[in-house]
Design a protein around this ligand. Sequence first.
Ligand code: PLP
Length: 394
Amino acid sequence: MSTPKQPGPLTTCIHAGNRKNDVYGAIATPIYLTSNYRLPTDGTPVDWSGIETNIYMRNGNPNQFVLQDKLCAIEGAEDCVTLASGVAALSATFVTFLKTGDHVVCSKVCYSATSILFHELLPEKYQISVTFVDASNTEEVARAITPNTKLVHIETPGNPTTEIADIPAIAALAHKVGALLSVDSTFASPLLLKPLQLGADLVIHSMTKYINGHGDALGGCVMGKKELIRKIKEQAMVNFGGILNPMTAYLIARGLATLPLRMKQYCENAMAVATYLSESPAVRFVYYPGLKSHPQYERAKTLMPNGYSGMLSFDIKGDEATHTKFLSALQLISHAVSLGDLESLIVYTQSDSPKMQYYPEIFRSGFFRFSIGLENAEDIIADLEQAFVSCGLL
Ligand SMILES: *Cc1c(COP(=O)(O)O)cnc(C)c1O
């Protein structure tokens, strides 16, 4: 029996999840700005914490449902929960699946809120113990897992180093002790890395980044098997309350519709910029998973066959003053946090940052995390080149 042909990613991003039942026949899903919905008046009991019916905006709303369905179709996931930020998605996952006394294995290279949750808040408040590992080193992960490990949480590609973990191998290790594997793959977007298909139980994205893609909205999502996502909705979404509001869900679904087009351009631009940087005498090092010099290049090629996304890390030669001059000389590229925006954003981490101890040796004297934008690659490269000249590196 032949299976029906799946639509391609462009078609899926545009059409999946859209509702065709609007009373006025609207093609774009309207924004449902209503906190409350009419309840039955015929004595039918209402589940006040229900997540399946429209009751109250915090229990779920139509724009959130559209976005969730789109994401499931793209990722190939059974279910999805969208929340108010990437951090809300991470913390919802942690509070849903962890309790006092549990052990967690977490990658050393991870988003700062994840790092603070696992280094300080969850151990101090809930006596959760955490072992931090270099997740690109599978043997180190294997040594850290204990019979009491309930969750292995990794980031791939890691923020900010772009290191790649062997997801299938780590999934097998976690499952041996009955632990869940969650993967934050914000850097890749759901188009370029599919952690669920590689064996992970949960995949988390900050939708603020590539999924929304326009640098104007905050959101997060978790995808996985129905019974796991249902728990997050019932426990964390409704009762901790980090719901995604309909207006933002609408914006993010609109951004997501063009993700395949944008991602193609991000990948092309990043490859061109990474190649330029790797050949420049002004540059001390570049980490981009698509460069042969990346320490996990072969693994990236296997896990991300459709491209390496738009994130890279690099450093220039010269002292602190040269770095400051370089940043202030940039004209097109802005010094700003966040990533996956329309425009190129660069952020500098100085050698005295407390996070430096978690990164590979080569990063520790300071580095730039560079989110390559959708401008013409030649213009991004020209901006770097003129900044190198103006700070005396060329
Ligand atoms: C930005 C980011 C987050 C946090 O997302 P917010 O939407 O800012 O809360 C989590 N993980 C990674 C890898 C990120 O880059």
